[in-house]
Design a protein around this ligand. Structure first.
Ligand SMILES: Cc1cc2nc3c(=O)[nH]c(=O)nc-3n(C[C@H](O)[C@H](O)[C@H](O)COP(=O)(O)O)c2cc1C
Length: 294
């Protein structure tokens, strides 16, 4: 089986660990790679993360709601971590965001200086105050500024939902090398005790329930002729889920929420299942059959 190439990185398999609390520590990143991850995306690094300490996760029967935003570690701390990981030649994708496109471009340059080989622009987190108004113009501005500042390959992470095709095309026009779909999706749960919203509002939803929505979004993009590589992300909990993303035209899949249960064991199982399914994959049954390029 040929090894997939994603953002210039030659991966051992199609399973990438997505950005989140579990990837906020160098030790976890190293252990996730040792457990078989094709690559790991860091928690989103931000020069001025919100200072609120009320960032929480809530498990629901169908997935997870979370009100977290960005890493609370300083940029300097992250630059040191990324340098150490790069020195060991590890396939790590730095997730980055900032308050303005110019600030994000400067951060991307700093990350490039560490030897880190790929970026993901984590610009679509909806848990910031009022959530970003994620328009094609906003996506294009962040993307184009980063493209002008760095030669590093990067993906732009977008949330599935209204206007996705326009936002994805804005990322492509701005010079992105790939898009990651999807970030968490806005959702709410009502507290039976208070009748108010859990976590105090509408926050990011992830896990098994969003997989069919994200599969549909990726499939539609491909059907409408979107040609940039897509990293599928949402609800992956098995090798079957990874292969489903490849079948609708993704080049690799990211897994996050599933890893909140038995992190390394779950990842190892997903990688083994994916490898077995890929080895047995019959040409013509997946992306090729649905008329999309894999
Ligand atoms: C607790 C938590 C923290 C997250 N933090 C980030 C983050 O810092 N940056 C980011 O781009 N995505 C973040 N995500 C989103 C995930 O990377 C992923 O896009 C999303 O959860 C959908 O995939 P999943 O269903 O496999 O979790 C976070 C998700 C969760 C549940």
């Amino acid at each position: 089986m040929p090894s997939p190439e994603v953002l210039g990185l030659k991966l051992n398999n199609h399973v990438i660990v997505g950005s989140g609390l579990l990837t906020d520590q160098e030790r976890n990143i190293r252990r996730l790679l040792a457990a078989g991850a094709g690559a790991v995306v860091t928690k989103t690094i931000h020069p001025h993360p919100p200072t609120s300490t009320d960032e929480r996760i809530l498990r629901l029967p169908t997935g997870m709601l979370n009100s977290t935003t960005y890493s609370k570690r300083s940029v300097d701390t992250w630059l040191g971590i990324l340098r150490a990981l790069a020195e060991d030649g590890l396939p790590v994708i730095a997730s980055v965001h900032a308050g303005t496109p110019a600030e994000l471009a400067a951060l991307a340059e700093q990350v490039e200086g560490t030897g880190c080989r790929a970026l993901e622009l984590g610009i679509s987190c909806l848990n910031e105050d009022d959530g970003p108004e994620d328009t094609p113009a906003r996506v294009n501005a962040y993307t184009a500024h980063v493209r002008a500042a760095t030669a590093l390959p990067f993906a732009v992470k977008l949330a599935a939902g209204e206007g996705l095709e326009e936002r994805a095309r804005a990322a492509a026009d701005g010079g992105a090398d790939a898009v990651t779909i999807s970030d968490t999706i806005p959702a709410a749960a009502v507290s039976p005790d208070t009748g108010g919203l859990e976590l105090g509002g509408v926050f990011g939803y992830s896990g098994p329930a969003i997989k069919p929505l994200v599969l549909a979004a990726v499939w539609r993009l491909r059907r409408r002729g979107f040609t940039l590589p897509v990293l599928g992300c949402g609800g992956v909990a098995s090798g079957r889920d990874v292969v489903d993303y490849l079948s609708v035209g993704a080049v690799a899949a990211q897994v996050y929420t599933a890893l909140h249960t038995d992190m390394y064991g779950t990842l190892g199982r997903i990688v083994r299942e994916t490898d077995a399914l890929m080895a047995a994959r019959v040409p013509g049954t997946t992306a090729e059959a649905s008329g999309v390029a894999s």
